[in-house]
Design a protein around this ligand. Structure first.
Ligand code: ADP
Ligand code: ADP
Length: 230
């Protein structure tokens, strides 16, 4: 059974059609890379999957639940299961690294202060930042901030994580760190949908590549089939 499924999904901004009648599904444990030219609607598609953007028509399902019918409260719960990592990290600047992660653990998961701190530290350790718990985001490199954002997303124990060009805002020397963490998550069986320009990731880590262009997903296939093309 697919974790996520879209049926005849279309998106318009005003009169402008971004993409039309898209059908796709994501199976448990699958890593999907969405590639394609700038402006093709990759980011918009990803943001529709957890309803940060509202599609114009069509349906989205998370398992058997219709996401496109959900009200605010259900959407909040959906976004715990379907996490997201953004290009620009979206950390709270006025909170320490640890508090950025603890906030959701306390508010959403209902952990007390001590348990939240413990879990936050374990997650920071997982992304190699245990020593930065008390730092503020602005004192970290972009790559470190993105690692915090990934740790914060993992704090919700998501079933799927959507990554929107997670390395595009980083200095080149930081890109490898983030791709490595993403590869580790993939190896641990995390279901991931990744909008990326990193062809090495698409080729070596993903199970399937979706090529978005001409207002549709023009092609879906294995990395092998994609990169063998003449
Ligand atoms: P990609 O991620 O493939 O670069 P986007 O999803 O960011 O593409 O954008 C797809 C198209 O939709 C672009 O033409 C973009 O300018 C337009 N677009 C994106 N967001 C909005 C918005 N909020 N309002 C109007 N047009 C938008
Ligand atoms: P990306 O392609 O990396 O997602 P963009 O630079 O296309 O980022 O868009 C940045 C923000 O501006 C997004 O929130 C997007 O929805 C919005 N946006 C993009 N294009 C338009 C547009 N033509 N009109 C209004 N908002 C837009």
């Amino acid at each position: 059974e697919p974790v996520l499924k879209v049926e005849n999904l279309s998106k318009k901004y005003g009169d402008t059609l971004v993409w039309d009648q898209v059908n796709a599904q994501v199976m448990p444990g699958q890593v999907i890379s969405i590639i394609g030219p700038s402006g093709a609607g990759k980011s918009t598609f990803l943001r529709c999957l957890n309803m940060l953007e509202t599609p114009t028509s069509g349906k989205i399902f998370y398992h058997d639940q219709e996401v496109t019918q959900m009200k605010d409260k259900e959407l909040q719960s959906l976004r715990e299961h379907v996490g997201m990592v953004f290009q620009n990290f979206n950390l709270f600047a006025n909170m320490s690294v640890s508090d950025n992660i603890c906030l959701a653990l306390k508010k959403v998961k209902g952990l007390d202060e001590a348990a939240a701190k413990d879990k936050a530290l374990a997650l920071l350790k997982q992304v190699g930042l245990a020593d930065k718990a008390d730092s503020y985001p602005s004192s970290l490199s972009g790559g470190q901030q993105q690692r915090v954002a990934i740790a914060r997303s993992l704090a919700m124990d998501p079933e799927v994580i959507l990554f929107d060009e997670p390395t595009s805002a980083l200095d080149p020397e930081m890109v490898g760190d983030i791709l490595k963490i993403m590869q580790e998550l993939a190896e641990q069986g995390m279901t991931m949908v990744v909008v990326t320009h990193e062809m090495s990731f698409a080729k070596n880590v993903s199970d399937e590549i979706w090529f978005m262009a001409d207002q549709q997903i023009l092609e879906k296939g294995s990395p092998a089939s994609f990169f063998q093309k003449p």
